[in-house]
Design a protein around this ligand. Structure first.
Ligand code: 1DF
Ligand code: MN
Length: 349
């Protein structure tokens, strides 16, 4: 299917989940994979692929992750993307040992800030942090927002099998809420005690495992009462919400049934319904999903003010998708919200 891209629509196209990393991060990953340092088969197989496969997909993605210059800008030009919201590619520093992760988050943020400073009209950034050290992470979030001008935080789902609903991580939520910046919960593959049945059929990655893992992570955050403790906190889910909008009815019904029957010690009453948190504390992007029915469903059940455009560059550099989205059968007002104004409001562009 092909669709031409309108070179001058009456909106700016802001792509909100666009990956990059300093070349040194790929060198760190190469060492981690070769020396079998990370006890996570999904990480090891994924990066054995991206670092070593001669396939066009692996080589192009490897090259484009580390480029914040001419080639990336040429791809943006070719697809009519006015601005990219940059994130440190998954899993970022979250597979590293604690001290290395803390140091590398700072390095990666400085590297990204330098790239943004060269093209400040084309790039803004979300900062990385090392959840392995929650207090250091909160400090790095503050530095990256106040000193580097970043507009939020990216966390690439679980950190070595640990999830942010554990109160030890809550300094991260506290910092984001206090600074009034969103946390993008970007996917990663399921952790080792969950990934075997996915890996056996090649389903651990962006095809499905990412969404299962990240949807689960968001639900754990909601059920733990994070948004009752931090009611102004905003988070972001990609991929039209990792399927959670489709579940709203059943989540509310079964959460209530679980609470009323006191079935689980870990499932306490919440101030609002599960669907309320997904409508009031979460924003969405369509990263990787250039499909009008999914996007319209999120607009319908969540709201037109909460879903934003994303390409998922370089993992899904598919130029024809921009033209397909331009032609969605939604109002001009909602299309401008989707491509431009929702992102401008959330990221203070
Ligand atoms: C893939 C896709 C890998 C995305 C990613 O991180 C990633 C993939 C390593 O297709 O293997 O972030 N993505 O965002 O679409
Ligand atoms: Mn992505």
């Amino acid at each position: 299917m092909s669709a031409t891209i309108n070179p001058s629509p009456d909106y700016r196209r802001i792509a909100t989940e666009e990956a990059c990393c300093p070349p040194e991060m790929l060198a760190v990953y190469r060492k981690l994979v070769e020396e079998k340092k990370v006890d996570d088969p999904a990480f090891n197989t994924m990066f054995a692929f991206y670092l070593n496969s001669p396939s066009a997909r692996a080589r192009i993605i490897n090259d484009q992750l580390v480029d914040l210059g001419e080639k990336r800008l040429a791809h943006m030009q070719a697809t009519g993307i006015d601005m990219q919201v940059l994130t440190l590619t998954s899993p970022g520093v979250q597979v590293m040992e604690k001290a290395d992760a803390v140091a590398f988050a700072t390095y990666a943020n400085d590297w990204m800030a330098d790239g943004i400073a060269r093209h400040p009209d084309r790039f803004i950034g979300l900062g990385a942090c090392a959840p392995q050290d929650p207090v250091a992470a909160a400090k790095e979030i503050e530095r990256s927002v106040k000193q580097l001008g970043f507009r939020g935080v990216v966390i690439n789902s679980h950190t070595q099998g640990e999830y942010l609903d554990d109160p030890k991580f809550w300094p991260i939520f506290e910092a984001a809420e206090a600074l009034d910046v969103p946390i993008y919960l970007h996917p990663f593959t399921p952790p080792k005690d969950m990934s075997r049945p996915f890996l056996e059929r090649g389903l651990d990655g962006a095809i499905f495992g990412f969404s299962v893992e990240t949807g689960l992570h968001m639900l754990r955050i909601i059920i733990a009462g994070v948004f009752d403790r931090f009611p102004k906190l905003q988070m972001i889910l990609g991929h039209t919400g990792e399927a959670l909008p489709f579940w709203l009815y059943r989540l509310d019904y079964m959460h209530n049934a679980g609470v009323v029957s006191k079935r689980y010690e870990s499932m306490k009453p919440l101030k609002r319904k599960v669907s309320d948190y997904l409508r009031e504390n979460v924003h969405y992007t369509n990263s990787g999903v250039a499909w009008e029915p999914s996007i319209r469903f999120v607009q319908d059940v969540i709201g037109t003010d909460r879903i934003m455009y994303a390409m998922d560059y370089p993992y899904q550099y598919a130029p024809e998708e921009v033209g397909i989205l331009d032609k969605m059968n939604i109002s001009a007002e909602d299309k401008k919200k989707f491509f431009q104004t929702n992102a401008e409001r959330l990221f203070k562009i």
